[in-house]
Design a protein around this ligand. Structure first.
Ligand SMILES: *[C@@H]1O[C@H](CO)[C@@H](O)[C@H](O)[C@H]1NC(C)=O
Ligand SMILES: *[C@@H]1O[C@H](CO)[C@@H](O)[C@H](O)[C@H]1NC(C)=O
Ligand SMILES: *[C@@H]1O[C@H](CO)[C@@H](O)[C@H](O)[C@H]1NC(C)=O
Ligand SMILES: *[C@@H]1O[C@H](CO)[C@@H](O)[C@H](O)[C@H]1NC(C)=O
Ligand SMILES: *[C@@H]1O[C@H](CO)[C@@H](O)[C@H](O)[C@H]1NC(C)=O
Ligand SMILES: *[C@@H]1O[C@H](CO)[C@@H](O)[C@H](O)[C@H]1NC(C)=O
Ligand SMILES: *[C@@H]1O[C@H](CO)[C@@H](O)[C@H](O)[C@H]1NC(C)=O
Ligand SMILES: *[C@@H]1O[C@H](CO)[C@@H](O)[C@H](O)[C@H]1NC(C)=O
Ligand SMILES: *[C@@H]1O[C@H](CO)[C@@H](O)[C@H](O)[C@H]1NC(C)=O
Ligand SMILES: *[C@@H]1O[C@H](CO)[C@@H](O)[C@H](O)[C@H]1NC(C)=O
Ligand SMILES: *[C@@H]1O[C@H](CO)[C@@H](O)[C@H](O)[C@H]1NC(C)=O
Ligand SMILES: *[C@@H]1O[C@H](CO)[C@@H](O)[C@H](O)[C@H]1NC(C)=O
Length: 571
């Protein structure tokens, strides 16, 4: 890493007295983004997927406003769309050499809207070929607490786990690297590791700024002890263990990828903290899943409101979600998750036929609500999905008990759908709404349905592109009807090989991948038995093909080629 940035950073040479080495895998570009072929039939059109080979956890997600002090409200939806300089940074667990996990790096992509992604060069490389760069987070050190950024307010510090594979008894310890060009190029800190407890199961640091105590706070997983450690630091270099949060909720085999985030509570002026913990394996449906605990945090200790395990997603492909750093706690938080499952991620057909495996979930906007029947509930909905609507395919605000059929073969293959049953009362909760996406060539289909007064179900078992005993076919979850609005709703996105469904305004959500031999191209929406006093509105929109807009004539997305090895992009 250092060799590529030595010229750029000559002005700061005195600050980087000791340098650490970097190992570049043979054949992997170091100075420019890896080019990817995004034309494959399984390639999602509005979800992030890596140019080639393998991704897993999202890492280090932080929005950076170019060259500006990071003012409060700088990242709200309103500001994001007005300020052409607002840039979201997604780093991700990346193996650039094989379409399976191993040889982990931090890949990097940026976006202005969380849907159109620009691939950047690999951000963080391992020091040698027996060490992997595992998950972690990134912060913007506006006040230069670290001392890495004497003349700037937009310095980025990445905090990540180095996993020593064959040397050092497999130790996993916490390391930092800093970026003076807004998150594009990183220099590893000379005195790494910053935390080392000589454990081989100690990983995934997520750091936030706690303004009341004016300190950084880290949550990090002692994976097989089922302990989340909380550390504090004044400067991101020197860390003090403050407390542990342990043995809450589902344990599975390991706790991974903790997140601590402050977020609004619907209809309340006060905010709450949420601690999210991913477990793998051990999900109720098998493999990987995330759970969350609403509670309070005072800078050193997290206390959960109750002992309940609340699960983020009722599908099978939503793990290791991360919340973007730096969004004020009284605004809706934004997250992305890895949309796959360790039980079968290395086997899905995209690695063989298209040279890539795994994608991120849709960006989600999140807040907490007090849902009378179950208490606190994490609400998550797609982030500003209307911004990528390409075309209205169907809209009917009084469908009644009827069927809507449409052929979407000529679209990008990515659709947003929404159905609302309105004017409901507790005595008129009746009827069903079903959606079926079918291939007109092979007859394969995936379907979902919701009785207005019952459990929402999803069925991906009628696609034949992938067979695996862990690739569950059917899912269901309680619909959580919202009596305060008298509306029952279902919405979602289907995107070639991934389906995300949101029930009752995001009280429940599900993420599922699927692999059909022939592309699905026909949608049937059926409504039956709904009360005569209720309103039925259904809409379907084609979504933009966000990757095609960046592809050359061969369908190759080369990424941010203008940046080259010089760094300093837009700064
Ligand atoms: C983006 O940042 C540059 C440099 O700070 C500034 O000149 C420009 O006006 C900004 N653009 C917007 C849309 O804010
Ligand atoms: C690889 O790098 C790590 C971290 O710097 C170091 O501890 C380890 O000894 C190195 N391994 C080899 C084989 O050089
Ligand atoms: C790692 O690098 C060393 C030389 O530095 C080489 O001998 C060895 O084969 C490499 N190991 C792997 C797994 O690539
Ligand atoms: C950064 O600030 C320091 C201290 O104020 C100053 O000595 C140095 O020249 C500055 N460096 C750059 C690159 O502006
Ligand atoms: C930066 O300093 C200001 C003023 O002391 C403080 O209010 C704020 O919390 C600090 N923020 C960070 C991220 O260091
Ligand atoms: C945070 O909570 C813990 C546990 O209740 C308590 O011991 C500690 O004093 C509190 N710290 C602050 C700053 O209030
Ligand atoms: C994975 O990466 C290697 C090394 O860059 C490359 O040779 C190979 O083509 C990639 N694999 C696929 C399936 O694209
Ligand atoms: C949730 O709201 C109900 C009233 O609808 C209230 O009784 C209850 O205390 C609230 N629960 C929490 C945990 O705030
Ligand atoms: C939140 O407050 C609004 C406005 O008072 C009200 O319409 C709505 O029912 C409340 N929602 C919940 C979940 O209590
Ligand atoms: C939806 O599917 C369920 C289960 O197959 C079925 O009972 C119901 O009649 C269907 N409703 C519609 C409107 O197709
Ligand atoms: C839909 O079907 C139900 C039951 O068959 C019936 O009671 C209701 O009136 C119908 N709704 C409309 C809008 O026709
Ligand atoms: C359903 O309701 C939501 C929330 O009010 C709205 O955004 C959406 O457009 C509605 N869908 C239809 C088809 O009217």
């Amino acid at each position: 890493m250092y060799s590529t940035v030595v010229c750029l950073l000559s002005a700061w040479a005195s600050l980087t007295a000791a340098q650490t080495s970097t190992y570049y895998s043979p054949g992997v570009p170091t100075a420019e983004p890896i080019a990817g072929d995004y034309t494959g039939v399984y390639r999602p059109r509005v979800h992030f997927s890596p140019p080639t080979n393998f991704t897993n956890d999202p890492n280090g997600m932080c929005p950076v406003v170019n060259g500006l002090v990071l003012l409060r409200h700088a990242y709200t939806r309103e500001r994001m769309f007005k300020d052409a300089n607002g840039t979201w940074h997604l780093y991700y667990q990346y193996n650039p050499t094989e379409p399976v996990a191993g040889n982990q790096h931090w890949g990097h992509a940026t976006s202005q809207d969380l849907y159109h992604w620009e691939n950047q060069k690999i951000a963080i490389w391992p020091p040698n070929n027996t060490t992997f760069v595992y998950s972690g987070s990134a912060v913007v050190d506006t006040n230069n607490t670290s001392g890495f950024f004497p003349n700037q307010t937009n310095g980025v510090v990445a905090i990540y786990t180095l996993a020593h594979q064959t040397t050092g008894a497999g130790v996993q310890n916490q390391n930092i690297a800093y970026s003076r060009d807004g998150g594009y190029t990183f220099v590893t800190y000379a005195n790494n590791p910053v935390i080392d407890v000589h454990s081989n199961q100690f990983r995934d640091p997520k750091v936030i700024w706690h303004s009341a105590t004016q300190k950084w706070a880290m949550v990090v997983s002692y994976a097989t002890d089922f302990v989340i450690g909380i550390y504090t630091s004044p400067n991101l270099k020197d860390w003090t263990h403050a407390s542990n949060f342990s043995h809450h909720g589902l344990l599975g085999l390991q706790y991974e990828c903790p997140n601590l985030v402050e977020m609004p509570m619907l209809n309340s002026t006060s905010t709450m903290y949420l601690l999210q913990i991913s477990i793998n394996p051990g999900a109720p449906l098998g493999g990987s899943i995330s759970q969350y605990f609403p509670g309070s945090f005072n800078g050193t200790h997290f206390a959960a409101v109750d002992g309940a395990a609340r699960i983020n997603d009722f599908g099978k492909d939503n793990y290791a979600g991360q919340f973007f750093y730096g969004i004020p706690g009284d605004e809706n938080q934004v997250s992305l998750a890895w949309a796959s499952n360790w039980q079968y991620t290395s086997l899905v057909p995209t690695g063989v036929t298209e040279g890539w495996r795994s994608q991120m979930s849709l960006p989600r906007r999140n807040y907490l609500a007090n849902v009378t029947s179950i208490g606190y509930d994490l609400i998550s909905t797609p982030y500003a999905i209307e911004s990528i609507f390409a075309q209205e395919l169907a809209y009917n605000s009084s469908l009644g008990n009827a069927t809507l059929l449409l052929d979407y073969a000529s679209t990008s293959g990515a659709l947003y759908f929404s159905a609302n049953i309105t004017h409901l009362t507790p005595s008129t909760l009746q009827g069903t709404v079903n959606l079926t996406f079918t291939s007109s060539v092979s007859g394969e289909f995936i379907s979902l349905g919701s009785p207005v007064n019952g459990d929402t179900w999803i069925d991906r078992s009628h696609t034949s592109g992938f067979e695996n005993p862990y690739f569950n076919g059917k899912f269901s979850a309680n619909g959580q009807f919202d009596s305060s609005t008298g509306t029952w709703s279902i919405s979602g996105v289907i995107d070639r090989s991934i389906l995300e469904v949101f029930v009752n305004g995001g009280r429940q959500s599900a993420t599922n991948t699927f692999y059909s031999d022939s592309p699905l191209d026909t949608l049937r929406v059926g409504v039956a038995g709904v009360a005569g006093s209720a309103g039925v509105s259904v809409g379907v929109w084609a979504l933009e093909d966000t990757w095609a807009q960046q592809a050359d004539g061969n369908g190759t997305v080369v990424g941010n080629a203008t940046m080259g090895s010089g760094g300093g992009y837009r700064f």
